[in-house]
Design a protein around this ligand. Structure first.
Ligand SMILES: Cc1cc2nc3c(=O)[nH]c(=O)nc-3n(C[C@H](O)[C@H](O)[C@H](O)COP(=O)(O)OP(=O)(O)OC[C@H]3O[C@@H](n4cnc5c(N)ncnc54)[C@H](O)[C@@H]3O)c2cc1C
Length: 653
């Protein structure tokens, strides 16, 4: 069901009405990330169609002579050449540079707002000699100085990116002119070639032989509907050039026969691939963890023809530990689409907008709108859509892995809590933040508590203007909101409130260490924790947002955790292999929006590597090592980005 996205932008007197401070509104610039410049229209359709109609214009003498003596094969290949869409020079580079400018501008705007908020707080902090005011003033001054430095750095970055665009533009203009001249030439020659082909249709002229009827048939269609011309008939070198008609005919026939044979062999190969899909029993694959990464991996493997794939999930039915809203980028959504999970099924609110609401003293200072290259789903929607598509006999719930070792024949043996066992050639651990796989394979990378908690909650109603991802950013915390579809079809709200907390405070609130209780389920949220979150909402959030928190009955919490960057993903287990992926490899901070995306990306890469091994005979270890080399930099980047974003929000250590 598609909601009216514009409704979210209107201000009103409902629960989430916002009142920008006068004067600040103008300073808030809506950041645009429009699809800067890449022209996706087929230029040939627009330009070549009319141009290919017989033209009264006289051909240049040189071209006329070239055309008159050319073989039919050459003529057709010139028409084909005009059909290829030559890429406009530097188009992508300019689009990327412009997007970088937009992004840099929006960062400067955001930082400017934060600075203004702090300056306002300083102005309102009272004279330095008033009791209590001195400490607050010097704290604010230090923060202002820090923010000014950040703003200077961001402004320098903005100037650099703008400089890059200005440098690119003249070069691109010159390249475009050369490109246009070349394209014009190609087009002129194609137009002349079509006219010549049409002329030859009527019989031998000027000593030319009859052409093959098949070729002329294609040529006839080559007028305005140039796209209908048959595929290439070979390069001009292979084309018949002899003026001896019998020889030319034989050679052209042989050429066509070889083309047909090539086409048949392609068909055969395709048929074999299709028939072979789903019949590969070579590799048995065990996936540990049936949340997001595990089921995606299983479905991709099945699609690639691996049939011996089983998913082992520790809980009787996977509980929504990762909680509510998850932003998936377009690449991940594309991967899900290829395994038959369309966006419409898992994205009830298709907004890409992120509204950052800057605030201080429970008042809104202004808003910055950015676009995020993806869409929001929920853990429940994504998980249900994926697991419903797994063949039931391959999803084993209540199967908690406790051990892994090589068996007598060298293959990996998985041991489960209930005493069951299974063997596999490849074991993929997608068992999340507290991964047993990571503990077994890479025990020197323990989880580290980052010093803050994502408190989460869901209510059954939703302000009608909330259809985008909203981010309130009072100093030292963050409060995010997004609408969710309720089982009864109604619209609810999912919120996350990030608050600093020592490990002792976490233990007092949730009864266990943050690296042990990595997800706090509703029944584990103590009354003290609830009271604390309510008090912080009353202290930091706008009255309407605080009210939403206060009336939330269903609550959860997630301690934010860090981990050292991994140096490998692939491990030998006897003659088998084990791999770590998703949160099992490395849980990343939620502000990066990369956790589930990394898992899906790694799953897709792993399947490509395994398919290379099976189909093209690439050595398994070579394929897996290449996959690992592609994935690790992205994981390290996410792990480094998280603490930076946390620091900018005043969250964590
Ligand atoms: C507040 C918050 C917001 C987030 N927002 C985003 C976002 O916007 N975008 C994004 O991409 N990511 C986001 N994430 C991260 C995302 O939720 C996780 O990265 C994602 O769920 C990881 O999926 P996974 O399948 O790898 O692991 P998990 O979802 O943790 O699943 C692991 C599964 O393995 C099972 N398991 C564990 N141990 C065993 C065992 N021994 N044997 C068998 N089964 C076992 C568990 O029961 C579970 O089902 C967010 C996370 C949080 C906390």
């Amino acid at each position: 069901m598609i909601e009216d996205q514009e409704a979210g932008m209107e201000e009103g007197d409902t629960a989430f009405a916002v009142h920008a401070e006068p004067g600040l509104e103008e300073t808030t610039r809506a950041a645009r990330t429009d699809g800067a410049g890449q022209d996706t229209k087929r230029w040939l359709r627009d330009e070549a169609g009319p141009a290919l109609a017989p033209s009264p214009r006289a051909l240049p003498a040189e071209l006329a002579e070239e055309i008159r003596t050319a073989s039919t094969g050459d003529l057709l290949s010139w028409v084909d050449q005009a059909r290829l869409q030559a890429e406009r020079p530097l188009e992508l580079e300019v689009a990327v540079a412009r997007t970088a400018v937009d992004r840099a501008k929006s960062h400067v705007d955001e930082e400017g707002l934060v600075l203004q908020g702090l300056q306002r707080q300083l102005a309102e902090a009272g004279p330095w000699w008033r009791p209590g005011s001195r400490g607050r003033r010097s704290d604010l001054k230090a923060r202002i100085a820090e923010r000014q430095q950040v703003l200077t750095r961001l402004s320098q970055h903005l100037r650099r990116t703008e400089g890059q665009v200005s440098e690119l533009l003249p070069t691109r203009q010159a390249a475009l002119e050369t490109w246009a001249a070349q394209q014009r030439q190609i087009l002129d020659r194609a137009v002349a070639a079509v006219q010549e082909l049409q002329r030859r249709e009527s019989g031998p002229l000027d000593g030319h032989p009859f052409d093959l009827p098949e070729q002329l048939e294609r040529a006839r269609a080559a007028g305005p509907a140039v796209d209908e011309i048959a595929p290439r008939t070979g390069s001009s070198d292979e084309s018949p050039t002899s003026t001896n008609s019998t020889e030319e005919l034989t050679e052209a026939r042989a050429q066509i026969a070889s083309l047909d044979a090539a086409r048949e062999s392609v068909d055969l190969a395709l048929r074999r691939r299709v028939a072979g899909a789903g019949r590969n029993d070579d590799l048995s694959i065990a996936i540990v963890g049936g949340s997001i990464t595990g089921p995606v991996l299983s479905l991709l493997l099945r699609q690639a023809g691996f049939n011996n794939v089983h998913v082992y999930e520790g809980t009787p039915s996977a509980v929504p530990q990762a909680g509510g809203v998850i932003g998936l980028d377009h690449t991940s959504l594309g991967v899900l689409d290829t395994i038959g999970v369309p966006q419409g099924e898992i994205v009830p609110f298709p907004s890409q907008r992120v509204i950052s609401i800057k605030m201080a003293d429970r008042r809104e200072l202004g808003r910055v709108q950015t676009l995020w290259p993806g869409r929001n789903t929920t853990w429940t929607l994504a998980h249900d859509a994926l697991t419903q598509r797994l063949p039931v006999e391959t999803l084993h719930t209540g199967a908690r892995l406790v051990g892994l070792e090589p068996g007598g024949d060298g293959r990996a043996v998985l041991r489960f809590e209930d005493g069951d066992r299974a063997t596999a050639d490849l074991v993929a651990f997608a068992d999340g933040r507290r991964s047993t796989g990571r503990k077994l394979l890479d025990p020197d990378r323990p989880l580290r508590y980052a010093g803050y908690v994502a408190h989460r909650g869901q209510v059954d109603d939703c302000p009608p203007e909330l259809r985008d991802f909203w981010r309130y950013e009072p100093d030292g915390t963050q409060f995010t909101l997004f609408p969710i579809r309720q089982p009864d079809g109604g619209i609810g709200t999912d919120w996350t409130f990030y608050l600093n907390a020592s490990a002792e405070q976490f233990r007092a609130h949730f009864g266990a260490d943050p690296t042990t209780r990595t997800f706090v389920l509703p029944q584990q949220v103590s009354a003290d924790a609830r009271a604390y979150v309510d008090a912080m909402a009353a202290k930091l959030l706008t009255p309407n947002a605080a009210d939403l928190v206060h009336r939330t009955t269903r609550r959860m919490a997630v301690p934010i955790l860090d981990i050292a960057p991994p140096t490998r993903m692939v491990y030998p287990v006897g003659s088998s292999r084990a791999v770590l992926l998703g949160d099992a490899l490395a849980p990343v901070r939620p502000h990066t929006g990369r956790g589930a995306n990394n898992g899906i990306d790694q799953a897709a890469g792993l399947v490509t590597a395994l398919a290379e091994h099976r189909k093209d005979g690439v050595d398994l270890d070579v394929a897996l090592t290449a996959w690992q080399a592609r994935c690790l930099p992205m994981v390290t980047e996410s792990l480094e980005l998280g603490p930076e974003l946390g620091r900018a929000l005043g969250l964590g250590r």
